[in-house]
Design a protein around this ligand. Structure first.
Ligand code: MCF
Ligand code: FE
Length: 406
């Protein structure tokens, strides 16, 4: 049993409890939180202005793209997509063991204990399975050509099988599935893959309404995607209406990524599905697609997590930097209130999205905990979440399932 003592303990529970000069006792899971708790074998006081809180969770990454720094085209979604198609293979070849290790290390240093990884190829599994962090490994399906459906499905099943083999032996590894997007997956393929997820109760992720181009393509078969599809496929037509797409996720555990251009009807549907949204503000900025209206998302009672996306559309996988970017970008929201929501978005909401038993300091939760120090005392506790986001880049300590990782 370990006891951590800190000046501020941020529980991320329903009541947003913040305790001063408090303690957390845990082994593999959290046993007790409070003041003047009974003595245990190992007691650690973290020092002046120390903060203890649940470790962060990055719900959406693409680590296969981690070798990208300056190669991909930013500033325009279709321009970016074309550059991904052009450079994908090169980037994948360049990202081997060290590259994955470095990407995971950057997340770890920023206090991330778990991440949701979209795997386009399955080639990343041999690296990801050694991750010291928890992983939900989303096997991605992509492809619109009707004649290729059977082949793609077979390949998908083989990848899925391989990931289940890892899950059997590794308690930090969980399997999920990803439908790339409504414009890039054939509805028949989509249905087959979603049925597996439904049957086996696997979490799902799908990119949805990321760009204006996606909006016009799915609504009217027009816009920049028309030119894009004409270039790559002949006589292409949108294969599904956005609402029909959402409808396919009935009775699943799904997180929709981006949703910048989702309309009221679609947000209502996402809410009815009890699904959540992953918001990737830096990615959205770099691909210049606009900014998700968080107030609207909240009004539809949809939970959101904030995630980095991959190095394919970010300059860093540091999750504290990502929420700081979010804080500075959403200028319509009060910083004090937004900061509280942003901490939720990378802890309790993110845990829900990935179906993990962590994200808050509560009895019975996995002991996934971080500790770090603020530069000075925080007088007004209401401002603690904001000060944490402003002043934290890396953590001093991290425990995963009670084991000291940093
Ligand atoms: O989330 C960002 C932007 N939107 C869509 N896809 C991706 C993102 N980062 C990487 N991707 C991947 C996606 O998984 O890029 C490919 C897919 O494999 C795009 S389609 C050629
Ligand atoms: Fe993504």
């Amino acid at each position: 049993m370990v006891k951590l003592k800190a000046d501020y303990v941020v529980c991320m529970d329903k009541n947003y409890t913040i305790l001063e000069n408090a303690e957390v006792i845990f082994d593999k899971e959290i046993k007790k939180i409070g003041k003047n708790l009974p003595k245990v074998d190992k007691e650690i006081y973290l020092g002046k202005n120390s903060v203890v809180m649940p470790a962060l969770i990055n719900t959406h990454t693409h680590l296969e793209f981690s070798s990208n720094k300056t190669l991909l085209e930013y500033g325009d979604f279709i321009g970016w997509l074309n550059s991904v198609i052009e450079h994908r293979e090169t980037l994948f070849v360049e990202c081997k063991g060290e590259c994955f290790k470095k990407a995971i290390e950057e997340m770890k240093k920023s206090g991330v204990c778990a991440f949701g990884e979209i795997s386009s190829t399955g080639d990343d599994l041999k690296y990801i399975k050694h991750s010291p962090l928890k992983v939900v490994y989303f096997n991605e399906i992509i492809g619109t050509t009707p004649g290729a459906v059977d082949m793609l499905y077979q390949d998908f099943q083989a990848r899925l099988h391989e990931s289940f083999e890892i899950e059997k032996r590794n308690e930090k590894f969980k399997v999920g599935i990803s439908i790339h997007s409504p414009y890039s997956v054939h509805p028949i393929l989509m249905e087959k893959v979603i049925s597996i997820a439904r049957e086996k109760n696997l979490p799902i992720q799908a990119h949805f309404m990321e760009s204006k181009a996606e909006r016009s393509w799915l609504d009217k078969g027009e816009g920049e995607f028309k030119l894009f599809f004409e270039k790559h496929f002949k006589n292409a037509k949108p294969l599904i209406k956005p609402l029909e797409f959402l409808e396919k996720f009935k009775n699943t555990h799904t997180t929709f990524i981006h949703c910048v251009y989702a309309n009221d009807e679609e947000l209502q549907k996402i809410s009815e599905l009890n699904a959540s949204i992953a918001h990737c503000p830096v990615s959205n900025r770099l691909l210049n697609v606009g900014i998700l209206n968080l107030e609207r998302v909240k009004n539809f009672s949809i939970d959101y997590s904030v995630a980095t996306d991959g190095m394919s559309s970010n300059y860093s996988l540091n999750l504290f930097k990502e929420i700081r970017a979010a804080l500075l970008m959403h200028t319509d929201l009060h910083p004090k209130i937004l900061a509280k929501d942003l901490l939720k978005s990378v802890t309790i909401n993110a845990a829900k999205s990935l179906n993990l038993n962590n994200g808050s300091l509560e009895e019975g939760k996995d002991a996934d905990i971080i500790a770090f120090k603020l530069p000075n005392k925080v007088k007004n506790l209401e401002l603690l979440p904001l000060q944490i986001i402003l002043h934290t880049n890396e953590v001093e300590k991290m425990y995963i399932n009670g084991e000291e990782i940093i």
